[in-house]
Ligand binder design. Sequence first.
Ligand SMILES: [Zn+2]
Length: 177
Amino acid sequence: MAGIWRRQAAGESGSGGVWMRAALGGAELRLPGARLVATAPGGIDDARHAPERWLLLADARARVNGEPVVAGVRLLRDRDEIRLAGGEVVWFSSEELARIEPFPGNEPLPCARSCRPITPGAPSVRCPRCGTWHLQTEEYPGWTYAGTCTVCSAPTRLSGDYAWHPGLEDDHVAVAD
Ligand SMILES: [Zn+2]
């Protein structure tokens, strides 16, 4: 699920503060002078991978990566920096976390790693980057069997930590979800 990173409780020095990630769970998020609107559902109804797409609708004061929002609308991309009316800076992130979930498909699908059938409801992991499904049981841990996804280079960590957040290069930034 995509999310928005916002800095909370910045210190008096103007630096520091904690970056918090708010998941974009609904169809719309209101921000000062701007709205984020989903153009595709974030939910997974079947075994196919439906990537989320979010539009920024903003007034003339907003900037994305330093540029004005032409005609007041822009399709957001991963790690876009959004400067809102009033000066607050937030970041859009399309990063999703890998997690074990019951396979939502109606028909079995072969695991990309082990080729074992992933039956409806079976513990499985959908690669958050390429959408490929892996069976993930104790006997056949298709997702965590190797360091990366069978199809793409996504890491197979199941730690629940985001690989990226704003200010990653800044040692003083703390992160909470
Ligand atoms: Zn992948």
